[in-house]
Ligand binder design. Structure first.
Ligand SMILES: NC(=O)c1ccc[n+]([C@@H]2O[C@H](COP(=O)([O-])OP(=O)(O)OC[C@H]3O[C@@H](n4cnc5c(N)ncnc54)[C@H](OP(=O)(O)O)[C@@H]3O)[C@@H](O)[C@H]2O)c1
Length: 284
């Protein structure tokens, strides 16, 4: 199996490299090797590599900056995804792509299922939704894994931000009115490898699957758990989203219902606390 991985230096991309390697012949591209802002280069690289599986872990993920960089966000999260999907269709390759809880407005009280109607609150969410729709419209074989609150041992993420702030500030103030499931890049990558290892994968229904850690918390709960695990005593005040102004609105409820991926693939990610412990064990 020839696997083309885009976004190899991102959180999910870098976690995918070691788990994809045993499954086939992996060509991994970072932004320098494959710039998603350049449609011609996407087409050229895919036509040259002729992969059987394309895994797109690249994305424009600067949620707040996207509010003023709409074109850049849509170029990577929508246009590039459409081009990849068209090339996948041409090659009859499988496209694996990632999307986000931010396609929803967060007004639902219970976890979101795949058939819930998206209503993104932000430019980033709209750009990711357009990417999802472009994949479906292309007719290529695909799995889109919507995940949430991604963190890992490396990269810019909440865990690193909290650890840095806890050692430089007397007190932290963290939002307590957004619910979600922090999901580790390693858990996501493991699930993708599990899916690709299924012998009769072509018999499984393509489409969107929710893939997030079990359990739930708030950003405040997540921050508190990080500090507790590291033995840091910096106080963490719980604040409302209105006390922490940012450019992009976030959903109040980011919870994803993972029943479909469980029923289809037998995949159930561990509780977020378990994965957090594993990631913190390798962050010093
Ligand atoms: N992070 C989250 O909390 C979160 C939540 C839900 C869903 N997701 C989704 O999960 C997937 C993986 O996210 P992640 O957290 O691993 O993101 P990430 O760490 O920000 O990695 C994204 C990667 O995409 C690359 N990239 C950006 N623009 C590019 C371009 N024009 N050409 C080529 N590569 C480009 C980045 O390269 P540079 O480093 O050079 O910029 C980076 O390596 C994405 O689809 C994201 O939308 C993420």
């Amino acid at each position: 199996m020839r696997i083309l991985l885009a976004g190899s230096k991102g959180q999910v991309g870098s976690a995918l490299i070691p788990v994809l390697a045993p499954l086939g012949d992996v060509s991994a591209f970072d932004r320098q090797g494959l710039d998603l802002a350049d449609s011609n280069s996407i087409r050229a690289v895919i036509q040259r590599e002729k992969p059987g599986v394309i895994v797109n872990a690249a994305a424009y993920t600067a949620v707040d900056r996207a509010e003023t960089e709409r074109d850049a966000s849509f170029a990577v999260n929508a246009t590039a995804v459409r081009v990849m999907a068209e090339e996948a269709k041409r090659l009859d390759a499988l496209l694996i792509h990632f999307s986000t809880d931010y396609v929803f407005d967060g007004e639902k009280r219970t976890p979101y299922v795949e058939s819930d109607v998206p209503a993104p609150l932000s430019v980033y969410g709209r750009s990711k939704l357009e990417g999802e729709r472009a994949i479906a419209a292309s007719g290529c074989r695909h799995f889109i894994f919507r995940t949430s609150w991604v963190y890992g041992p490396s990269g810019r993420n909440f865990v690193h931000a909290i650890l840095a702030a806890a050692t430089s500030k007397p007190e932290l103030r963290v939002v307590d009115d957004q619910r979600g499931a922090p999901t580790s890049s390693g858990a996501i990558a493991g699930a993708v490898a599990q899916v690709l290892s299924i012998p009769e994968l072509s018999n499984k229904p393509g489409g969107i699957y929710h893939l997030s850690a079990a359990g739930e918390t708030t950003w405040h709960g997540f921050a508190t758990a990080i500090l507790q695990a590291k033995g840091l005593k910096t106080p963490v005040a719980a604040i409302g989203s209105d006390e922490y102004p940012v450019a992009a609105r976030r959903p109040k409820n980011s919870l994803l219902d993972n029943a479909k991926i469980g029923a289809t693939f037998g995949i159930a990610l561990p509780d977020w606390r378990q994965s957090l412990a594993a990631v913190l064990a390798v962050i010093h």
